[in-house]
Design a protein around this ligand. Structure first.
Ligand code: SF4
Length: 412
């Protein structure tokens, strides 16, 4: 391995990303200050299209949770949520977000917000986890506003018509309840248009991620974890589409000119599980030094809702949001992994077992062993957490990762 220190090559699009995200928060701030629009809070894989189509500005507490993690503030806030009865064992997005709220602090204060945007309504989907219902209920009680939810079956093996109809009906049943709060009536054409915009944004996001099939890859997981912001919070708007066109064009240009995200890419890794938000930068440097690019991840792939179809908006939304990786059985997850490992020419897998997010950790029920028996792709498990750095031993993780990459080099 090269002894020279190398770093990931920065994407120029980061400037446009900043502008896109700043304008999103500016729209939320304007809505907060002027009341020109109502504000809905939505889960990251919740029915954002419905809310955007009905004229809301949409705020995503999980995005806020990730900001708290990335700014290394989570440990300051988690104990406050714990002292209000929330276990330190549960989702550290939830505990850091509620803790920050109880301390009346938010990273958004740097952008001129006094507090997080006050919701007029909160809408979740339990497709990702049950925790979001409890999380949103805290704020519904505090603000005395309605909280609505879609209840999605978990561990879905076969995605039957029955399941899709059951969930599609719940999407439809939200409409009259949201109308009671919205300033505009539901308009099916507007919803179709928003679903179409969401579809197009997701296709562009998929194309962005798929550029990593190139050898060497023009993008790595640490870039994607940052550049996924617009698909999470602006899915269903033209803003996301405009941004991903810029990013995709830069990545295609990188492929044409042979620029790689990691200089001297030798090893290609799949990352399963949540990012370590408080260690993105140091992990990015670690992998770059090991000439290793994390080219694909479960996490970033989770916002590819390309089954959305404006001709069939409710059913296709139900399909897209039930097909999501996190909702599926281990058998279905294994099939997805097998496909991605081949498509992205993966040399090894790293499973991050996140202490406070069981739903995004796939190491508990033998999946890594079964997948390895089928694919012969080596793997390691590292233990940590998405936001709570107290659950992560950096030294141990570095030793495990360096040893793993060195074993990969001896296989080649
Ligand atoms: S999926 Fe995990 S990280 Fe996301 S809200 Fe649920 S428990 Fe938290």
């Amino acid at each position: 391995m090269s002894q020279e220190k190398s770093e990931s090559v920065k994407l120029q699009s980061v400037n446009s990303l900043r502008t896109t995200m700043d304008s999103y928060f500016q729209r939320l701030k304007t809505a907060t200050e002027t009341g020109n629009k109502k504000i809905a809070w939505c889960t990251s894989v919740g029915p954002a299209e419905l809310l955007y189509s009905m004229g809301f500005e949409v705020y995503f507490p999980e995005n806020h949770g990730a900001m708290l993690g990335a700014s290394k503030m989570a440990e300051k806030y988690i104990p406050t949520a714990v002292s209000h009865g929330y276990s330190p064992e549960i989702c550290s997005y939830l505990t850091s977000d509620i803790g920050a709220f109880l301390q009346n602090e938010t990273p958004l204060q740097k952008s001129g917000f006094k507090t997080v945007p006050k919701p007029d309504i909160l809408v979740y989907n339990t497709n990702q986890c049950k925790e979001v219902a409890d999380w949103f209920s805290f704020y519904a009680r505090h603000y005395n506003v309605p909280v609505l939810g879609i209840s999605t079956p978990l561990n879905i093996n076969e995605l039957t018509t029955g399941i899709i109809q059951y969930v599609a009906k719940q999407f439809e049943e939200l409409v009259p309840k949201i109308e009671k709060v919205a300033t505009q009536k539901f308009d099916i054409d507007k919803y179709r248009e928003t679903i179409g915009l969401s579809h197009d944004g997701c296709v562009l996001w998929r194309q962005v991620l798929e550029t990593a099939k190139s050898k060497p890859s023009p993008i790595n997981f640490f870039d994607s974890a940052i550049h996924m912001g617009p698909i999470v919070v602006m899915r269903g708007t033209q803003y996301a589409i405009d941004y991903y066109r810029i990013l995709l064009s830069e990545l295609q240009q990188r492929i044409n000119t042979g620029v790689s995200a990691v200089p001297n890419e030798k090893y290609r890794i799949y990352w399963d599980g949540m990012p370590l938000w408080y260690k993105l930068s140091s992990m990015s440097k670690l992998f770059a030094n090991l000439n290793t690019c994390i080219v694909a991840s479960t996490y970033c792939n989770s916002w590819v809702f390309d089954d959305l179809d404006s001709k069939n908006p409710f059913e296709s939304a139900a399909l897209a949001y039930c097909k999501l990786f996190i909702v599926r059985s281990d058998d279905e997850k294994e099939k997805v992994f097998e496909k991605l490992l081949k498509e992205f020419s993966i040399d090894g897998m790293i499973y991050h077992e996140s202490k406070t997010c069981m739903r995004n950790s796939n190491t508990h029920f033998g999946l890594p062993v079964r997948l390895n028996a089928k694919t012969k792709i080596p793997y390691i498990e590292i233990h940590g957490d998405l936001n709570d750095s107290r659950c992560f031993s950096e030294e141990q993780a570095i030793i495990a990762i360096e040893t793993f990459i060195s074993q990969l080099s001896s296989r080649n």
